[in-house]
Design a protein around this ligand. Structure first.
Ligand SMILES: [Zn+2]
Length: 539
């Protein structure tokens, strides 16, 4: 018996030697792309003292830290962010210019991942009619599939459909996202016709129900949250049933949507990632596999409470623990030296404007909805026609082109009138003619960011550049979308196979992530990639 075993061992040894003699390209077994939705770069340091050793600190201690990486386009929204990270290019080329836009051909509002030609798989009808078809380029997962003749397996998971879909790409085995009406993770017929058995089992365990059994209380005594302002403050949204925005936040059973704005949403997503890795034996075959994970709850909680809240601080301390547990799982299941992980964000987020004003910092809010209504009222007075402006969204003014043509209105005069009106708003720094960008008196840095975000058939004609610390939203909580550093400076940590320890303060763009991954894996860059490779020091 022992002899047979020895022979088997010898055979394995010989085959693996033979494989390496064949000159196999060194690659990790698994790549994990982890996007923390709305994670500002400074959260790595703001809460550093209270992170445990095995989460963010492990990545900082052992990995490579790109300290100075920015989005190189606007608007800084979720769908463009995820798409740019994984495709290595900008909205002007990949086409995902916002979460929503007005499609020129139809003059209708279009949700980035909406695809009426596909069916929901495993969940409610509307939530599943999604695909990446609006993305005009390949991404890193697509290139990995092409490079390995389809042997690499690619998956995306997130609570948000767009967080899973635009990371996974066109050729992915599947993307899975959360369905508020059933509490299940679902997909669409773009990827598959039935949910895999491991996911059906995962859904049957009803993790969302279990996690919704607990109110949200702070992890530590509330007086120890010294990085945040008082729990009861005027800058935060109220949850259903609350009279003050304070801990403990009540959670009602069976209302699955709530999990999005609880730290438990991150826990659930990472649980799914583990189940997926086990269920598909990801990282266990010859070809390199890729798992894209986007943690959406950081964004929902960020929007509701803003960066100075105990809620955001508590969420990152909890995420740090979830991250540590996930890394331990990867060590034991994939092997410490067999995976490469990177952690980044799709955008950051502003401080609450009223809070900044309370600190004597100039700030404010200016609602796009109000601008739209005001413009249409004034344009009607001037030209006698209703609804000349189709929408103000993504910090851009979309014109109702068909109406302007039908009424034979002078388009150039309308644009000039809009520009004149918008310049009067407090909070607007510059009004930019997107169809004549070269003649705008803008710093070249901003001109390039605007140009990189401009895809003509999905963008408006005029862009509104707000003053710093101004944004379009209601007064409570916060948002993102502008060019300013708080929205565009993102973290980028590399860890694991092929990554030396170190840090760089060189300025990089979000589009450099996919270029670097392609170099690391020795595969072609995505077909719209404009990024450059981040050079790690030799090990
Ligand atoms: Zn986002």
């Amino acid at each position: 018996m022992r002899k047979i075993l020895n022979n088997i061992l010898l055979f394995i040894l010989l085959s693996s030697t033979a494989w390496s003699q064949k000159g196999a390209i060194p690659r990790p077994k698994l790549v994990i792309g982890l996007v923390v939705d709305q994670m500002r770069w400074d959260y790595l340091y703001r809460y550093y003292e209270r992170y445990d050793n095995d989460g963010f600190k492990r990545l900082l201690r052992e990995g490579f830290n790109c300290q100075n990486i920015y989005l190189n386009y606007i608007p800084s929204y979720t769908a463009p962010g995820h798409t740019s990270i994984f495709s290595g290019t900008v909205p002007a080329l990949h086409g995902i210019v916002g979460n929503d836009w007005i499609e020129e051909k139809t003059n209708q509002k279009h949700y980035c991942a909406q695809d009426d030609s596909v069916q929901s798989i495993g969940g409610s009808l509307i939530a599943g009619k999604m695909s990446p078809h609006a993305m005009k380029v390949t991404n890193i997962g697509d290139e990995l599939r092409l490079a390995t003749n389809g042997q690499s397996r690619i998956y995306g998971v997130a609570l948000k459909d767009r967080g899973a879909i635009f990371t996974a790409g066109h050729t992915a085995n599947a993307a899975f996202w959360f369905d508020d009406s059933s509490g299940n993770f679902i997909s669409s017929s773009f990827y598959l016709n039935t949910l895999p058995a491991w996911l059906q089992q995962f859904n049957h365990k009803r993790w969302a129900d279990t996690l919704l059994n607990y109110n949200w209380e702070t992890l530590y005594p509330i007086c120890s949250y010294t990085q945040s302002i008082a729990d009861n403050n005027p800058y935060e949204h109220l949850r259903k049933g609350e009279t003050t925005p304070t801990f403990p936040h009540p959670v009602a059973a069976n209302n699955y949507k709530q999990i999005r704005s609880l730290p438990a949403g991150n826990t659930l997503t990472l649980k799914l990632a583990k189940a997926l890795i086990r269920g598909t034996e990801l990282g266990q075959k010859e070809a390199t596999d890729l798992l894209c994970i986007s943690l959406s709850s950081t964004d929902y909680i960020g929007h509701a409470y803003a960066p100075n809240s105990i809620e955001v601080e508590d969420m990152y301390l909890r995420l740090d623990r979830d991250l540590a547990s996930f890394l331990h799982f990867l060590d034991s299941y994939i092997g410490e030296d067999n995976y490469t992980l990177f952690l980044s964000a799709d955008h950051g987020g502003a401080h609450n404007a009223s809070y900044l004003e309370s600190q004597k910092i100039p700030a404010g809010t200016l609602s796009e909805h109000d601008i739209e209504q005001n413009l249409n009222q004034q344009l009607k007075k001037e030209f006698g026609v209703d609804s000349i402006v189709r929408a103000v969204m993504n910090y851009q003014v979309f014109l109702n082109e068909a109406l302007i043509a039908q009424k034979k209105l002078k388009r150039a005069v309308i644009k000039a009138t809009i520009s004149h009106i918008c310049k009067q708003y407090e909070g607007v720094a510059q009004v930019v003619d997107l169809e004549n960008l070269n003649n705008s008196p803008l710093p070249s840095y901003l001109k390039e960011m605007i140009q990189n975000g401009y895809y003509p058939t999905r963008c408006g004609s005029i862009a509104l550049l707000y003053q710093a610390a101004w944004y379009s939203d209601e007064k409570k909580g916060t948002t993102h979308g502008t060019w300013n550093p708080y929205d565009t400076h993102i973290p980028l940590l590399w860890y694991g196979w092929g990554i030396p320890h170190g840090e760089s303060f060189e300025k990089y763009n979000v589009t450099d992530i996919a270029a670097t991954l392609a170099a690391l894996l020795h595969i072609q860059v995505p077909n719209g990639c404009i990024g450059k490779v981040i050079e790690f020091p030799k090990q």
